[in-house]
Design a protein around this ligand. Structure first.
Ligand code: ZN
Length: 84
């Protein structure tokens, strides 16, 4: 099992316990998205509080992806709204 770090709380967990995120071709962050073009992935606990921290930490997201995150997919917008 690969061990990944949650970008929200920085705890390490097995990859299967975390959501995986990647940017699509438009720079939009997508949950449970596998970038088939070899792009970077970041991880977050399946936890609303972690997700909130994760989505708010734009600087960290930019650093993790090495590019600007230009938006969130609809599901993330919904989740983000519900945990605010
Ligand atoms: Zn976490």
């Amino acid at each position: 099992m690969p061990i990944r770090t949650c970008l929200g709380c920085r705890r390490k967990s097995e990859g299967a316990a975390l959501w995986r995120f990647a940017l699509d071709a438009h720079g939009v962050l997508r949950k449970d998205f596998r970038n088939r073009h070899g792009g970077r992935h970041v991880y977050c606990c399946k936890d609303a509080e972690c997700l909130r921290k994760f989505l708010k930490n734009n600087k960290e997201l930019t650093r993790a992806f090495r590019q600007q995150v230009l938006g969130f997919d609809e599901e993330l917008n919904d989740l983000f709204g519900s945990v605010e």
